[in-house]
Structure formats: structure tokens, C-alpha cells
Design a protein around this ligand. Structure first.
Ligand SMILES: Cc1ncc(COP(=O)(O)O)c(C=O)c1O
Length: 403
């Protein structure tokens, strides 16, 4: 107990886990890049024109009329049964994955699922295998549990298998975290062959495989691919979200696992965290899903993002010097750019801000590297014309720097 003698020498002692957890780099830089005259490719937000506002307004009224006071009351930790049934039916239909409502937990966005997984699986120092580069929100959520991160290079077709096998030799490893479809930050998708190889490797180990899939439905090129472990690995945890397809503000995501023990502990952790996910949002989204043509709505988002992605890829091909490498996403929201070896994306960021164009330098997507030569571009929040102008400005700086 700290005695407060007088206000001048009053201080708080914060936990090591919070002191060691980075605050969200993106949220911090968004404060700078959000100025109205900046063309920002920095955020990772869905385009607001994709929100089904009118239909949601009807669903809000219908959900209140149909459910009365229940919609404003405390509710169960697992989540609204009809919504979980809807999700179970969808996974059965789309993936042939035999999911029951009891295998599903509705979470406060998939971000909460990440934090709960960290709480339930990681003791201080335990191993978490991460994609490099990887989703910074996952790095942040897991860091709170003070793990040892083992990074495995994310190649164009998925995790590097030799590195994965080597990382799995560490006896403290508890899980592998993957984003197999249109990954954040790279936009990359694991190939079918790589998925199979990863499955063959992982099934030999007593570790959980997390497949975080908030973007999977937003495919604008190529064929949908099967999950790596969902439906066939005993310790599979699949995460989904309504953030990118309906609205992120309602904070609705879900965790699917057929492993009863994992589920039971995650439910306990969720009780301790927030008792249950916002039940008002759950009733509203269920009404929306049950009474609208969801797939038609998603198809509209796909068409929009395809057009924006193409606009950015065309502009990059036109304006960037040829020694700059970049990914070509088949869906989702991001393109990942690699500068020549030894250069700093952070330095480029400052120059780009002088020209009023923004992106996210790669640093926060790595667990142990800094001053990296990579950066993330988001294309979902600007018109094709604005995308072209922003990439043209960036291209000019790149020509000056790297040619
Ligand atoms: C890979 C990944 N996982 C999880 C999330 C969190 O999404 P939400 O909590 O809105 O479902 C995001 C958000 O950008 C993401 O990119």
C-alpha cells in the first residue's frame, strides 16, 4: 500500500504489463493524419457508405417492438441464441463446418476475443507464434499477457513453413495466430497448398491455431479457400466479425471453437471482463440479418473495394519507381509496400505528411523490429480520383528518394 503523504510526491505504480504494452500507434498517428487537407491511406476503416443505415434504423425499431424490455436488460454471456444459430447455419452452409450455437461466443468485436485468448492461454513468458508482419491489435492484446513472441515470416502464400516448425520446437508455445484471408497489414492470402502444409505441421503439436478472419467475405478476386484448422483441428479457434461487412460501431464479433474446455475458460474470462456483449446491438443485427439480403449488401462492398483497390494498384504501377515492391490483394482493405533494403518508412512518413499524404509506417506490425522499410496503404476510404492524387504525391517523393 502506498501512503499518500502530500500531493507533490504522489505517484501511481502501474503494472509492468501495461507499461510494456504499446498504445495503438495507428490511433496516435490518426490524430495527425485526420486533418481535412490530408489524403489519408493510414486508417483501416470500412467505407461509411457501406453501412446499411436505413435498414439498421428499421431493425432498431423492429427489435424494440418485438423484444420489449429484454433488449435493454442484462443478458447471457454466450450471446443471443438466434444470432449464434444464424452464424452456425452460415458456417455450415458456406464451409460445411459443423458448428452448433454452443460452439459460438458473441464478443465485443473480434478484438475482445484476442484479449480473452491472451488471458486464458498465456502465462507470463509463454510463447505466441505470430505472423511477421502481423495485426498490431493482436500484438497489443497479447502483450497484456506478457508472452514471448516468436515471429514467423509471412510470405506471399502464407507462413514460412521451416520457420513455423522451428518456432514450434519451443515447448512454451501456446498458440499460433494467423489472418489467412487478406491479412492486415499486408493484404496477403494464404494459398490452398500452404494452408494444407500448415495443417499438417500444426496437427502434430498441442497448440491452438487461431484463424482471425474479419475480411474473408470481402473477396474481389479468385476463389474462396478452406480454413486451415477450423472444423478439423482439436484446438482450433476461429474469429469472425461484423465490423467490415455491417458496421464496426456496434462492436460485434464472435469466436468459434468446438473445444469445450477452451470455450468454458473464455466464457469465464468474458464474464470477468464485461458480463456479456451489448445485447441491444445483438438483437438489432440479428433482425437486420434475418430480414435483409445480406449477401447482396456484401456484394456491393466487394464491388466498391475492388474498384478502389484497382485504382490504387493502377496508380502505383503508374507513379511508383520500379524498385518499390507491393502486394496485390484479392480482397480486404490493404496494400503493403516494401522500400529498398535499409530505407526507413518512418522517415518517408514525415516527408509524405509534408506533402499531405499519409500511410502507416510498418513498425507497429512487428514484435521486435523497428525502423523498417515497409508500410501499409488502405484504399477503402477514398474515391479513385483521390487515390490517384495521393499515390501521385507519394510517387514523387519515392522518385526523389529512391531513383
Ligand atoms: C485482423 C484483424 N483482427 C481483428 C480486428 C478487430 O476487429 P473488430 O474488433 O472490429 O471485430 C481487426 C480490425 O481491424 C483486424 O484487422
Amino acid at each position: 500500500m502506498i501512503l499518500i503523504k502530500d500531493r507533490d510526491d504522489y505517484f501511481m505504480q502501474f503494472s509492468e504489463k501495461i507499461l510494456n504494452t504499446p498504445s495503438s500507434f495507428i490511433r496516435n498517428i490518426l490524430k495527425v493524419t485526420d486533418a481535412p487537407d490530408v489524403i489519408s491511406f493510414a486508417g483501416g476503416l470500412p467505407n461509411p457508405i457501406s453501412f446499411p443505415t436505413d435498414a439498421l434504423q428499421k431493425s432498431i425499431n423492429a427489435a424494440i417492438e418485438e423484444n420489449g424490455t429484454k433488449i435493454f436488460q442484462y443478458s447471457t454471456t454466450d450471446g443471443y441464441l438466434s444470432l449464434r444459430q444464424y452464424i452456425a447455419d452460415k458456417y455450415k452452409k458456406n464451409y460445411g463446418y459443423d458448428v452448433q450455437p454452443e460452439d459460438i461466443l458473441i464478443t465485443t468485436g473480434s478484438q475482445q476475443a484476442l484479449e480473452l485468448i491472451g488471458k486464458v492461454l498465456l502465462n507470463k513468458g509463454d510463447g505466441a507464434i505470430m505472423e511477421e508482419p502481423g495485426y498490431l491489435g493482436a500484438i497489443q492484446a497479447f502483450t497484456l499477457a506478457e508472452p514471448t513472441f516468436y515471429s514467423v515470416t509471412l510470405e506471399n502464400d502464407g507462413l514460412n513453413i521451416e520457420e513455423l516448425e522451428k518456432a514450434l520446437q519451443n515447448p512454451n508455445v501456446k498458440f499460433i495466430y494467423t489472418v489467412p484471408n487478406f491479412q492486415n497489414p499486408t493484404g496477403l492470402t494464404y494459398s490452398k497448398e500452404k494452408r494444407e502444409q500448415i495443417y499438417e505441421v500444426v496437427k502434430k503439436y498441442d497448440v491452438a491455431l487461431i484463424e482471425d478472419d474479419p475480411y474473408g467475405e470481402l473477396r474481389f478476386e479468385g476463389e474462396p479457400l478452406p480454413y486451415i484448422g477450423a472444423g478439423r483441428l482439436e484446438n482450433s479457434i476461429l474469429l469472425g466479425s461484423f465490423s467490415k461487412t455491417v458496421t464496426p460501431g456496434m462492436r460485434l464479433g464472435f469466436l468459434i471453437t468446438k473445444n469445450k474446455e477452451i470455450m468454458q475458460h473464455i466464457v469465464t474470462a468474458k464474464q470477468a471482463t464485461d458480463l456479456h456483449t451489448n445485447i441491444f446491438s445483438q438483437y438489432v443485427i440479428y433482425d437486420y440479418l434475418a430480414n435483409n439480403e445480406y449477401q447482396e449488401h456484401v456484394n456491393k462492398i466487394i464491388t466498391l473495394y475492388r474498384e478502389q483497390s484497382n485504382a490504387m494498384l493502377d496508380a502505383i504501377a503508374k507513379y511508383f519507381p520500379s524498385n518499390i515492391k507491393y502486394t496485390k490483394p484479392e480482397g480486404g482493405m490493404f496494400i503493403w509496400v516494401t522500400l529498398p533494403e535499409g530505407s526507413s518508412a518512418l522517415q518517408l512518413f514525415h516527408k509524405a505528411m509534408e506533402e499531405k499524404v499519409a500511410f502507416v509506417p510498418g513498425d507497429p506490425f512487428y514484435t521486435s523490429k523497428t525502423n523498417v522499410n515497409t508500410f501499409r496503404l488502405n484504399y477503402t476510404n477514398a474515391t479513385p480520383e483521390v487515390i490517384e492524387e495521393g499515390i501521385k504525391r507519394l510517387g514523387k517523393i519515392l522518385h526523389d528518394e529512391f531513383e
